[in-house]
Write a protein that binds this ligand. Structure first.
Ligand code: ACO
Length: 703
């Protein structure tokens, strides 16, 4: 990213408004007005061939007529004129184009959009949009948009894929009292996308938290990379989470991969936390822009009401920060500042009599105690107490501790006086919310942020014992034969080249071969039909397990071939697999899809009913660290089964974690070759005894 060019586009020292208009109500007029009303200090140059002057400023026929240098052009002319204007802007040496104009890829005209981006790049320019509202920046006094005004001032910055939503949010920043420095409309993302914006806002000294409204990402891999590198909290509200492409998917994994699960994993891997809805985006943005992450597990709640205390306790559990009793010494200290009928356990209930002094003293003691990693203060408005005085006492207590690396959040339940006090708290850097559940959700966000940040710093696991050439040989042989699905044996050869423990197997093409392979592998064995035309082998009567003798091998060899013919007369039969019969183990499934946004993505879950009925699976974008693999094993609902339930010994999770990482490594390394794959089932044995991939499937990318 050329920072100089990006700065020129997003923090211009001078702008041309191409399509500026003297006619009230036109976008080209509103943008001019907004630049003036926001008290923009840079040069403003209206461009319109028909006007001499607009809003008191000299008007030019073309940007080429301006003598002074121009950083950015805001384009508000109809789509058919934009391409010509891009040339003129390029010749003028403009750095970036804010293309407000609609009528490009969003209505199917990809070619015109592509044309303006290519032209812009040839001149070294970047393009924001097209189809945007523009850019608002409080710290630059820059309203280069047709949004009504600059947002309520603050330190978060929002990037929105929806222009209309950005305008709505702009107005809501005032009613909610939640401040933003920048609002950036990203539109069609023909050039500048979320990955660029994360990188740019992370270095922007006026932004403390990056807030995103996302419909779909372009360049998902780079969003993950830039998210991981970012030093500031990033929060995303993702809309449009319905499943996509599932029907077309040929493999098991493909049909289980839904957009929302993959996005969630990708955001986690990027260190980006998610918001559940628009309210939540605001609430979480507020806390992330004002408070540090919550690094430990212990939340202390101080309240003047039992009811809100119980509500907060329930919410704490729901949002991943469950309460524990405060340590004895902390309880003893707290008891000095409350009546005997109060409670110091956690929530600390100061009772309805609590005034500013009690709040001050308990907040100070609580915040200073080493055990406390995050503090939530609840207050219900009473007749005897002054909400603002309590707010001030809370702030005073926090300031007196001098602690800056743990978070504090406040919730007031009350009327106008409480609203006023909450505004005061926010203005003074303490997030305050109207409900205890919202406050605990906010604390949950700070905990989640600390957690995903830590995880995202993990380096993906690499392996030196893999054999890429061997895998590519197997794949190229299948391609030469015109196949885009590998057989089970071939798939296992590829898996094995990446260090996965597969069951030993060979293809027999005659009865004699079947007997000799069975004797070589050792009884009992499994026999399976091999045919690119029969994907569901059991349905075709093409599988025999627990085959124990030479006689049975002979018998089943012929029976399997006959069944396959009966099932699909024209099926191409490549032989019968003679396979080591792996002993019973806990069945898990591993799979991969080549996600259009994020690339190779690995799925993990327990097999059988868990995957078929409950869809109890989890995803990660490949490759990833062993810690991520461990998280995958923990986050499925059936996780306790792997740890050993009802007297069963725990499974070999260490080997399984390594296998998941190796699988991720394989699909990432062979991303141009493997479209989808499954290892299903993988039989996992008791701790120390490893696992076996019993069946394997690879579908190749179309070439
Ligand atoms: N150079 C300079 N000025 C020019 C040129 C040129 N080559 N060609 C035309 N102009 C002038 C016009 O003469 C006009 O000025 P005037 O009022 O003095 O006559 C001005 O540019 C604008 O041109 P119009 O033809 O009047 O176009 P209009 O203002 O009606 O619409 C617009 C232009 C706003 C860009 C429109 O095409 C459009 O795309 N609207 C949608 C924009 C939008 O909503 N974007 C965000 C989407 S997100 C959301 O939904 C909120």
């Amino acid at each position: 990213m050329d920072i100089n060019v990006m700065n020129g586009m997003l923090q211009p020292k001078s702008v041309a408004v191409v399509g500026a208009s003297a006619t009230k109500g036109k976008i080209g007029h509103t943008v001019m007005l907004n630049l003036q009303e926001s008290k923009y200090k840079g040069g403003v140059y209206p461009i319109n061939p028909k006007s001499e002057e607009i809003l008191g400023l000299k008007c030019y026929k073309s940007v080429l007529d301006i003598e002074e240098p121009i950083d950015a052009a805001i384009i508000t002319v109809p789509a058919k004129f934009v391409s010509g204007i891009v040339d003129e802007c390029g010749q003028k040496g403009i750095k970036g184009l804010l293309v407000i104009t609609s009528g490009f890829s969003e209505v199917g005209d990809e070619a015109l959009e592509q044309e303006i981006v290519e032209k812009a790049h040839n001149y070294g320019m970047r393009v924001l949009g097209p189809n945007i509202v523009g850019v608002c920046s409080n710290s630059d006094n820059f309203n280069g948009s047709f949004a009504p005004f600059l947002p309520f001032d603050g330190t978060a910055s929002l990037v929105s894929q929806s222009g209309a939503l950005l305008i709505g949010i702009d107005a809501q920043t005032y009613t909610r009292g939640i401040g933003f420095d920048k609002l950036i409309s990203i539109g069609n993302m023909s050039d500048v996308n979320f990955a660029d914006m994360i990188e740019w806002l992370d270095q922007d000294k006026n932004t403390s938290c990056i807030s995103l409204y996302v419909e779909g990402l372009k360049d998902g891999k780079r969003v993950i990379e830039n998210g991981r590198k970012a030093t500031k909290p990033i929060i995303a509200l993702k809309s449009g989470v319905s499943a996509h492409g599932a029907a077309a998917a040929a493999s098991h994994t493909g049909s289980l991969a839904g957009t929302s699960k993959i996005y969630k994993s990708a955001f986690d891997q990027a260190g980006i936390i998610q918001a559940s809805d628009l309210d939540n985006l605001f609430d979480r943005t507020l806390v992330l822009s004002l408070q540090p992450p919550m690094k430990g597990d212990n939340v202390l709640i101080i309240t003047n009401g039992g009811g809100v205390g119980v509500l907060a306790t329930d919410s704490a559990e729901k949002f991943g920060v469950p309460l524990k009793f405060a340590p004895e010494n902390l309880q003893e200290d707290l008891k000095k500042y409350m009546p005997s009928f109060g409670s110091a356990k956690n929530p600390v209930d100061l009772t309805g009599m609590a005034g500013a002094d009690w709040y001050h003293d308990t907040v100070k003691i609580g915040f200073e105690h080493d055990w406390v990693d995050g503090l939530v203060i609840l207050y219900c408005e009473t007749a005897m107490t002054d909400p603002l005085a309590i707010a001030k006492s809370i702030k005073k207590a926090i300031d007196e501790t001098g602690i800056k690396d743990k978070p504090i959040i406040v919730s007031y339940v009350g009327g106008e006086r409480s609203d006023k006090a909450m505004r005061w708290l926010v203005e003074n850097g303490i997030p305050a919310y109207g409900g205890p559940d919202v406050a605990l959700n906010a604390m949950g966000a700070l905990k989640e942020y600390a957690h995903v940040r830590e995880l995202s710093k993990e380096v993906p696991q690499t392996y030196s014992d893999t054999d890429r050439e061997k895998a590519l040989d197997v794949i190229s042989k299948a391609r030469k034969e015109g196949r885009d699905a590998l057989t089970e044996i071939e798939s296992k050869q590829v898996f094995s080249a990446y260090g996965l423990d597969v069951t030993h197997a060979k293809i027999a093409t005659s009865e004699e071969e079947a007997i000799s392979f069975a004797e070589e592998i050792g009884f009992p064995i499994v026999m399976k039909i091999v045919s690119p035309d029969i994907l569901h082998k059991s349905d075709a009567g093409g599988v025999r397990v627990d085959v124990n003798s030479v006689e049975d091998v002979k018998k089943f060899y012929n029976e399997i071939l006959a069944n396959a013919k009966a099932y699909k007369a024209d099926a191409e039969i490549l032989g019968v697999v003679i396979q080591e019969m792996a002993p019973w183990g806990t069945e898990v499934i591993l799979g991969s899809v080549n996600d259009p946004t994020f690339g190779p993505t690995v799925m993990f879950g327990l097999g059988g009913i868990f995957v078929e009925v409950l869809k109890d699976v989890t995803f990660r974008v490949a490759p990833f660290s062993k810690l991520q693999a461990a998280q995958m094993m923990e986050e499925i609902q059936a996780a306790p089964i792997l740890s050993g339930v009802r007297g069963e010994a725990p499974r070999d999770k260490e080997k399984l974690g390594d296998t998941i990482c190796r699988y991720a490594n394989m699909v990432s390394d062979l991303k141009d070759e493997i479209s989808e794959s499954d290892a299903n089932p993988v039989l996992v044995y008791e701790k120390g005894n490893g696992l076996k991939v019993a069946d394997a499937r690879i579908i190749l990318t179309k070439k």
